[in-house]
Design a binder for this molecule. Structure first.
Ligand code: NAD
Length: 307
């Protein structure tokens, strides 16, 4: 079986490629445009593997996508503009890659009669929740341009299932952390800053809550969904490990032995969602459960970045 992994030179995609090569016998084609967020460094150790082909290219390139899709049995679409702050500064690449790029992939998948299309969505499509946790049936209420484009892609993918019968499965995961994440994201940025004695800019009062999942747990969930998930369904992927941003910040400071004086509260992000949380009962019924505690995951992440 050949899996086309789009965005496989980014954070989660590259961890997924490593997992597939290490623990399955699937063949992989990685398609990645190598934007500022992607790097073949993340694929180190996989590029000379006979089971892996890396193609530098754009998911919006119809001809290239059709060509690659013709050889694939399954597609996992990670490719996206992924940073909320950048989407606030300018939404255009988010619309063209996240929505139009997904449409190009869906059309090509339909033409190629693909066996399965996994669309990687996010918990952010639900918007914020004060108490309790979102289930897959909750309405989408995306509140920033990034999550709005991800919600668009999510709905578009589902529409190809209901309209055309394309075998689509969607995952919506919470915040990932771990090796190979771009240094603009909270945990790598704060780890790097703290270890260099630079300030840690915490949005607002730092009480925003995120559910942190170690990237390997998410990748294993994706493999479960790929092999066991039901076509046409959505699966939440979360860990139950809820942390306020200020708690994460203090844990990072402690992990690198820095001073809390580095914490600097800065003006809150526009439209900043207060809390996300996911009900993962549906995914757990497929036999998956998270393996990593926040502390174990943070230790492994610290080790990776400080190296
Ligand atoms: P990332 O920014 O690290 O990686 C994105 C990858 O996509 C990069 O390698 C980039 O080069 C590539 N890419 C961007 N535009 C492209 C295009 N037009 N054509 C081909 N490749 C392109 O992102 P990530 O954190 O690894 O996220 C992967 C997916 O998971 C995204 O769809 C994101 O929305 C979703 N997600 C991420 C998180 C998280 O916590 N990181 C949580 C939930 C969902």
């Amino acid at each position: 079986m050949r899996i086309l992994v789009t965005g496989g030179a980014g954070f989660i995609g590259s961890n997924f490629v490593h997992l597939l090569l290490d623990e399955t016998d699937y063949d992989i084609t990685t398609l990645d445009a190598l934007t500022y967020a992607g790097s073949t460094d993340n694929l180190e150790g996989t590029l000379d593997n006979d089971r892996h082909e890396f193609v530098e290219g754009d998911i919006r390139d119809r001809d290239l996508v059709s060509e690659l899709m013709a050889d694939a049995d399954v597609v996992v679409n990670f490719a996206a503009e992924s940073h909320v702050d950048r989407s606030i500064d300018g939404a255009e690449p988010f619309v063209t890659t996240n929505v139009q790029g997904t449409q190009v992939l869906l059309d090509a998948a339909l033409d190629a009669d693909i066996d399965r299309f996994i669309q990687i969505s996010t918990d952010e499509v639900y918007g914020e929740i004060e108490e309790g946790a979102f289930s897959e049936d909750d309405p989408l209420d995306a509140r920033n341009p990034y999550s709005a484009t991800k919600a668009g892609a999510d709905l578009l993918a589902r529409s190809y299932y209901t309209t055309h019968g394309l075998p689509v499965v969607i995952t919506r995961s919470s915040n990932n952390f771990g090796p190979r994440q771009h240094s603009e994201k909270l945990i790598p940025k704060f780890l790097t800053n703290a270890s260099e004695g630079k300030s840690l800019p915490v949005y607002g009062d730092g009480t925003n809550v995120r559910e942190w999942i170690y990237v390997e747990d998410n990748c294993r969930a994706l493999l479960t969904v790929l092999e066991e998930g039901k076509v046409g369904e959505v699966y939440n992927v979360g860990s139950g490990l809820e942390k306020q941003n200020i708690e994460v910040t203090k844990a990072i400071i402690e992990a690198v032995g820095a001073s809390e004086d580095l914490i600097e509260f800065v003006e809150d992000r526009a439209g900043h969602d207060q809390r996300y949380a996911l009900d993962t009962t549906k995914l757990e019924a497929l036999g998956w459960e998270p393996q990593w505690s926040f502390e174990e995951g943070l230790d492994a992440t610290v080790e990776y970045y400080l190296e």
